[in-house]
Design a binder for this molecule. Structure first.
Ligand code: DLL
Length: 432
């Protein structure tokens, strides 16, 4: 099913024409309403007249998270507060949160994008959505809530945490769609197993999982444990929230809502565009936002874009799974490592649970990396030899995939801390 066929399946020439008209209007809008952008454009020696179509976007300066922090809280808003109807913020790990303001129209277009996503996941008005993303400054809860209501579904506004109650209500209210982080979905799957209720007593059929990087193997694991179809939903608060991109039934990439949020991929070092299909940093430009429009916002997310039409009929560009954020990339003894690569190796092997923790440190001026990983109960054993050979197998596989020696520590099932929101997979003691 497709929510808005005229846009989602529009031929690319028409889409480009719309993008060109919108970009031109947007640049004029920020030039006259956001002093920050007027100054940036003046410094770069350009005026709105230099932007005639979407290809001119490369002339425009980038925006970074630092710019948002420097203009905390509302310095980048293009409208007076009287027009802002919602404020969200993302906490980040250091410093002040990044704040985003939405007008009524901004909320409507974000909700439209979420409705496209949920429809692509097979949801309709007869569905019951359990929203287990956090409600609050985080965009997950309220965003998904509005999208599900908009398609006419029934919404259970659970928010995150209180796992026992989540399971009771999921069961009693007959939830058919689950929205939460992939790591929390796994937590819920284990908790359902412990509850003594059988999977057949639940009506759950699909989940909208996102807000953190997750591998294809993790998808298989969730689908197997929960007996549902797991879809990827992507987004970031600075651009809107969940629903900037969504998978369709083909699950061959994440369609981006590029009529509202224009994507580019750049080389993070040279800042030059890279050809379609090549991995680089994802950059977004708002084409319709009123409250706090951003021009060429550097997301730090690493991925690639594909423009060939999808077999679902949608023409909207498809994005590969997010490899990670450039700030999540660990450099261990000179080797670049993403936690998602380690996750893939662990889950390729049947003996391990998808729960792991990476501890990075430095000894005698050399980086160290310890991987704690849970062994499935059926493989966990008191026999030292069995555990040693399992450890050897994983160490060898990590060495061949990463080109790096990792100190593997096998731990008991259910011994690592579970998360109810975005999982914390890495503790880098070098930064403490
Ligand atoms: O995480 C919005 C969201 C909520 C998306 C619920 C999906 C579902 P932030 O807290 O601002 O917003 O974090 C945004 O999370 O730049 C990515 O690094 C990461 N991220 C979000 N979705 C995905 C995904 C929300 N599907 C940051 N896959 C983004 C990988 C994701 N990473």
């Amino acid at each position: 099913m497709i929510w808005n066929e005229s846009i989602e399946c529009m031929d690319r020439d028409s889409l480009q024409r719309i993008q060109s008209i919108r970009l031109k209007k947007m640049v004029d809008y920020v030039y006259h309403n956001t002093p920050f952008y007027r100054k940036k454009m003046q410094e770069a020696g350009i005026t709105p007249d230099d932007i005639n179509d979407i290809n001119d976007i490369v002339k425009l300066p980038f925006t970074t998270k630092h710019d948002l922090r420097d203009n905390y809280p509302f310095g980048l808003c293009a409208v007076p507060m009287s027009q802002i109807v919602r404020i969200h913020a993302s906490s980040g790990t250091t410093g002040k949160p990044t704040v985003v303001g939405y007008t009524r129209k901004d909320l409507a277009s974000w909700t439209e994008c979420l409705s496209r996503a949920f429809t692509a996941f097979g949801a309709e008005r007869t569905d019951v959505f359990q929203i287990s993303y956090g409600y609050g400054l985080f965009t997950g809860g309220l965003g998904a809530h509005a999208g599900a209501e908009n398609i006419g579904a029934s919404v259970i506004p659970m928010s995150s945490g209180n796992t026992e109650k989540q399971i009771t209500l999921m069961h009693d209210f007959g939830a058919t769609m689950l929205c939460c982080t992939p790591s929390y979905a796994l937590y819920l799957a284990d908790a359902i197993k412990d509850s003594g209720l059988s999977r057949e007593e639940f009506k759950l059929k699909a989940g909208a999982f996102g807000a953190e990087p997750w591998s294809e193997h993790m998808r298989q694991e969730i689908q197997k444990k929960m007996g549902i179809k797991a879809f990827d939903i992507y987004g970031l608060s600075e651009i809107a929230g969940p629903g900037v991109g969504y998978e369709c039934e083909c699950q061959k990439g994440t369609h981006l809502n590029e009529d509202h949020y224009f994507p580019e991929i750049i080389d993070p070092k040279t800042l030059q565009p890279v050809p379609p299909g090549e991995t680089g940093e994802l950059v977004f430009t708002h084409l319709t936002k009123e409250g706090m429009p951003l021009i060429r916002y550097r997301t730090r997310d690493l991925t690639a874009l594909h423009y060939e039409q999808c077999s679902c009929g949608r023409t909207l560009v498809r994005m590969d799974r997010i490899l990670g954020r450039s700030d999540d990339m660990l450099i261990i003894r000179g080797v670049n490592v993403f936690p998602t690569q380690i996750e893939s190796v662990i889950l390729e092997m049947t003996e391990f649970e998808p729960h792991y923790l990476l501890l990075v440190g430095r000894e005698n001026n050399t980086d160290t990396m310890e991987l704690q990983v849970e062994v499935k109960s059926e493989f966990y054993s008191d026999e030292i030899n069995k555990m040693l050979s399992l450890k050897k197998k994983l160490t060898a596989r990590l060495q061949s995939v990463l080109g790096l020696g990792v100190d593997v520590k096998l731990v008991e099932p259910r011994s690592l801390e579970r998360s109810i929101g975005k999982a914390k997979r890495v503790i880098d003691n070098r930064k403490l």
